[in-house]
Design a protein around this ligand. Structure first.
Ligand SMILES: [Fe+2]
Length: 436
C-alpha cells in the first residue's frame, strides 16, 4: 500500500532565481516552520532596506517612508525605525492605524512611538495632500505602500495619489520588495505604478520583474533570513497512556501538519487533545501489533480523529489498511516505512520515518518483547532485531511501546551498546537470556 503525497509542497524552491508570489508565500511558511517567522522576516527586511538607504544615500538629510496597511507597510515601519538613527525620518501611513492588517505590522507600528520618526496618518486624499510638501522636500522616498497581492487594474485611493506624488517627486525612490502597483506574478503594472530607482527585493526577485526594469530600477537582493533549505521536520509526541506504562505516539509532518498515531493504547483523550492543540490532521492510527494494551481503543481513536486504522496483514485486528514489510505511509513530504519485525507476535511491525523507529513490543529501552505468548518466537525475534533493526543508522531514535527503561527513548547506537538483546551475538546466546 503506497500512499501518494498530496501536500502541494514545491521541492524545487531552493534553486530558484525568481519567485512567484505563491512560491514566496510557501517559502515564508516553511521558514516559519523552521523557526524564522513573519516577525523575524519583517525585522530583517526593514533593517536591510534601511542599511541600503544608508549606504547608498549617506548624505541625505530627510527620508520619507510611505506605508500601506499590509506587511509591505510593516517592512516600512521597521525601516523607518532603523533609518531614524541616521536621518530625519517621516512616515506616511496611508490608512488609519486600526486598519493595519497583521499582528507583526501592528506591533512594529506601536514600536514607532518614541522612536523619533514623525508619523502622519493619511487615510484619504485630503490628508495626503496636507503632507505633499513633506514628500516633496524629502531627499529619499521609500515606497512601502504595496507588496504582493496586486493584480493590475487601477489602484484605489489614497494609494493612487500617493504613488503619483512619489513619481512626481525629484527625489530618488527606493521600493521595498516590489514597486507599488507592479504585479509580482504577471509583471502587469497597475495605474499608476511606482517608478523606482532601486528595488530592494526581499529574499529573491519576483518573476514580475522580468522586462520591467523601467519600474523596478536596479534590483538589489536582500537576504532576510528565510530558512527554506532545511527540510521541514518530523515531530514526535510521546504520550503515556493506561495502567501498563504504554506509550502512544503522534508523529507529524511539520510541513503539511499531517500526522499518524502509533498505538492508541487506552484512553484516547490525551492523544486527541495533542492533535487538536497542534492543528494536526491525523491520517492513520497504526498498530504495532494486536495486543490489547496497544490497540484496545484503536477504532474509537480513528473515529474521533477521522483517520484510518492500519495493521499488519497477519494481524487479528480488522483494520482499514493492511500493510506488509516495506510498505510506505505518506504524511506530506514524510515517508513512514513499515518494517515487519515478528518475534514478539507474528504481526509485530515497527514504523520508521528515516530518523525515528517506533518499536512497539519488539524492542524496549534496556529490554525486549517477551516471546512466550501465542505466536511468539525467540529465534524469530533475534532475526528481527539483528537483521532488520540493527541494519538501520546508529543515530536512529528508538521509541518503545512501553516506558520500561531508564530513559523514554535512546539512539540505536547507544542502545546497542547496552541492551542485552542487541549485544547477543548468536541466536543461542539470545535464547539463553533472561529478562529478570
Ligand atoms: Fe505486546
Amino acid at each position: 500500500m503506497v500512499d501518494k503525497a498530496d501536500s502541494g509542497l514545491m521541492p524545487t524552491l531552493t534553486s530558484l532565481e525568481y519567485v512567484t508570489p505563491e512560491e514566496m508565500a510557501e517559502l515564508e511558511r516553511r521558514s516559519a516552520a523552521n523557526g524564522v517567522g513573519p516577525k523575524d522576516l519583517m525585522e530583517n527586511a526593514g533593517r536591510a532596506v534601511a542599511e541600503f538607504v544608508e549606504s547608498r544615500y549617506p548624505r541625505a538629510g530627510r527620508v520619507c517612508v510611505l506605508c500601506g496597511s499590509g506587511n509591505n507597510g510593516g517592512d516600512g515601519f521597521v525601516a523607518a525605525r532603523y533609518l531614524a538613527a541616521s536621518f530625519d525620518v517621516s512616515l506616511v501611513l496611508l490608512a488609519t492605524p486600526d486598519r493595519i492588517r497583521t499582528e507583526e505590522a501592528r506591533s512594529n507600528w506601536e514600536r514607532l512611538a518614541g522612536s523619533g520618526v514623525e508619523l502622519h496618518t493619511c487615510p484619504d486624499v485630503g490628508a495626503l495632500e496636507a503632507v505633499a510638501g513633506l514628500i516633496e522636500r524629502s531627499d529619499v522616498l521609500v515606497d512601502a505602500i504595496l507588496g504582493t497581492g496586486v493584480s493590475g487594474g487601477a489602484l484605489r485611493e489614497p494609494l493612487a495619489t500617493a504613488v503619483r506624488m512619489v513619481n512626481e517627486s525629484g527625489a530618488p525612490k527606493v521600493a521595498v520588495d516590489i514597486p507599488s502597483g507592479l504585479d509580482p506574478g504577471t509583471g502587469v503594472p497597475a495605474k499608476p505604478t511606482v517608478v523606482a530607482d532601486f528595488t530592494v527585493a526581499l529574499h529573491l526577485p519576483k518573476v514580475g520583474f522580468k522586462g520591467n526594469g523601467g519600474y523596478t530600477g536596479e534590483v538589489v537582493v536582500a537576504p532576510i533570513g528565510v530558512i527554506a533549505d532545511a527540510p521541514l521536520g518530523v515531530r514526535v509526541f510521546q504520550i503515556g497512556v493506561g495502567p501498563m506504562q504504554n506509550f502512544a505516539y503522534l508523529v507529524i509532518d511539520e510541513g503539511s501538519r499531517e500526522g499518524m498515531v502509533i498505538d492508541s493504547g487506552w484512553e484516547i483523550e490525551p492523544i486527541v487533545a495533542v492533535a487538536k492543540e497542534n492543528g494536526i490532521k491525523a491520517k492513520y492510527v497504526c498498530a504495532t501489533h494486536g495486543h490489547f494494551d496497544h490497540v484496545k481503543t484503536i477504532g474509537a481513536l480513528a473515529d474521533a480523529l477521522g483517520a484510518k486504522t492500519v495493521s499488519h496483514e497477519e494481524s487479528p485486528l480488522a483494520s482499514d489498511v493492511r500493510v506488509k514489510d516495506g510498505d510506505v505511509l505518506a504524511l506530506g513530504q514524510t515517508r513512514v516505512r513499515v518494517v515487519h519485525t515478528p518475534g514478539h507476535t507474528m504481526d509485530s511491525v515497527c514504523y520508521y520515518d528515516g530518523k525515528d523507529l517506533f518499536t512497539g513490543d519488539t524492542l524496549f529501552i534496556g529490554a525486549w518483547g517477551r516471546t512466550d505468548l501465542p505466536g511468539g518466537s525467540a529465534a524469530t525475534l533475534f532475526e528481527s532485531l539483528h537483521d532488520k533493526i540493527m541494519s538501520l543508522p546508529r543515530e536512529t531514535l528508538i521509541y518503545p511501546g512501553h516506558d520500561y527503561g531508564d530513559v523514554r527513548f535512546r539512539s540505536l547506537g547507544e542502545e546497542s551498546a547496552r541492551n542485552p538483546a542487541l549485544l547477543a551475538r548468536t541466536r543461542r546466546e539470545f535464547e539463553g537470556l533472561s529478562q529478570d
